[in-house]
Design a protein around this ligand. Sequence first.
Ligand code: UD1
Length: 418
Amino acid sequence: MQKLLIKGKRELSGTISISGSKNASLPILAACILSSSVKLSNVPFVKDIFTMLDLLKYIGMKITIKKKKGSIKLKNKINNQNNLAPYKLVKTMRAGVLVLGSLLTKYKKAKVSLPGGCAIGTRPVDLHLFALKKLGAKIKIKDGYIIANAKNGLTGAKFKFPSISVGATENAILAACGAKGKTEISNCAVEPEILDLIIFLKKLGCKIKINKRKISITGVNSFISKVNHKIIFDRIEAGTYLILGVLIGKKIIIKQVKPKILKYEIDLLKKMGAKIILYQNSINILKTKKLKKINISTKPYPGFPTDLQAQLMVLMTQANGVSRIQEKIFENRFMHVPELKRMGAKIEIKDKTAIINGPSKLNGAEVMATDLRASVSLVLAGLIAENRTIINRIYHLDRGYESIEKKLKNCKAEIKRV
Ligand code: UD1
């Protein structure tokens, strides 16, 4: 099993180009089922994307990857279709369930494995199914599979999500695109990745309007083909490197971003004392001398993202005073805490809140990654720690961070995969 070796305490400087968003690519790839020919660019070549591509191949799509150009061509011939998403492909990546909405729209039936448990919480799919049922799908759960049918197609409906879910909003939009008549959904997630999905679907001819947390969709009968789309930048990757810059940067330049989308994160880091200069498509982070404590809760966009909680916690270990993070999205997303404590961080968990007493000197240790964002927080911790840190189980990291060692080495980090 591969490990990362990091020698910490090296001040970093250099330029980091941000990849395309994994979380925008996944629903957009699922949406490709609707069209017969699509070309996507700026797709990050990370493990989760390859898992989704395997799933689409299984469904019957023809896929050509041009790694050097960073593009993917997807062709969908109706006679090849298979409306089954098997367990072996959905179990490793929950986003596999996103094919449900597109399959129902295109083929009027789908059999998709239940994604099962997940390290950061139970993560059910009840909200996905709630939306599909509102649109007229008949749903059964049998032998670990979701079996969905809409013999005569789906029908537009008006409904409100009882709570906000990114994936359920995406599945609902994908299903409503081909439903008869108008759908009006309230209390939707409005993450930038969902807006990118909507931009893509509009290119396919879908009629979608968004007003705050309300999304209105008028169903169409057919979808446009030969569509090109460039995936939005990965705001979580950008946020991770922003935090890195504040932690140990002399001067880090982050390129290929839209700072407006990162407003919450940038304002928060500035409040903590970070020196950040914004340009139209890039961000400079200069050396920070003294960090102030802060209290924060994770929230759906435009609030602070749960996907940056672990990384921010590492920064809090270096701030002066007691900082607090309340995790409001997932029930079990503090698994990085015991590992950070082994490196010398002073963190206490009380219910859903982590209380971080800083600043504390971190020391290199052998640690274990438990999920995608937890693993990158250990990389950040390793980069600021004394001596050497060994990170085990880095396959989690490869699910979502493109060329992480290369990007860090470009900034003079001492990091090696063995
Ligand atoms: C997406 C992101 C993930 C991010 C999360 C929250 C992708 C591929 N993944 O995951 O990186 O951490 O948003 O921003 O885009 N829930 C239910 N029932 C459901 C669905 C969700 O109770 O049917 C709950 C979840 O357990 C969780 C909360 O709703 O507590 C939010 O989850 P959701 O927004 O659905 O996350 P994902 O779409 O899975």
